[in-house]
Design a protein around this ligand. Structure first.
Ligand SMILES: [Zn+2]
Length: 164
């Protein structure tokens, strides 16, 4: 029988796993290539490899692939918090299409929202995007959407249900 060290997966001195970056939350010791932070709204984010962060994987089977996987991982880590649970539900809701539920605020500032969503979808940190866009409209006569509203735009992740 081989010693446990020879077959129990571990990140300690794991071969071929890049050490200068965060591992993919799903691949763990099988992480290959670059990882990036995916913001899911509600202050929840997760680091994923290119394949797991791809639009294709995120939208696969109506988002259930990603949601089920993260739910089970977070349960295993003992960190399936209310916020994480909310973020997962929002992910599924985002993939039920634009008519799945009323979206207040989608009539106002549509261009600004589209621009914000473009940056959110590309993985830009929500607080940076929101601060930059609000700063740009600070001098406008019309009051720009609140931080809370713009955070909701990020959490709703409407871009997932639309073609790229
Ligand atoms: Zn991965």
């Amino acid at each position: 029988m081989p010693s446990p060290q020879s077959y129990v997966p571990t990140l300690y001195k794991a071969r071929r796993v890049p050490t200068k970056q965060v591992v993919c939350a799903i691949c763990v010791e099988r992480t290959r290539g670059r990882t990036k932070e995916l913001n899911m709204g509600y202050g929840v984010s997760v680091w994923l490899c290119e394949a797991h962060a791809s639009r294709e994987f995120q939208t696969q089977r109506g988002g259930r692939d990603l949601v089920l996987t993260l739910q089970r991982l977070w349960r295993a880590h003992g960190c399936l918090t209310a916020a994480r649970d909310k973020a997962l539900r929002a992910h599924l809701a985002a993939l039920q299409g634009p008519n799945a539920r009323p979206r207040p605020g989608s009539y106002t500032w549509p261009t600004l929202r589209a621009e914000a969503e473009h940056h959110f979808a590309a993985g830009a940190p929500p607080h940076t995007v929101i601060a930059a866009l609000r700063a740009r409209h600070a001098a406008d006569t019309a009051r720009a959407p609140s931080i809370r509203t713009m955070r909701r735009w990020c959490a709703e992740r409407r871009w997932l249900s639309r073609p790229p």
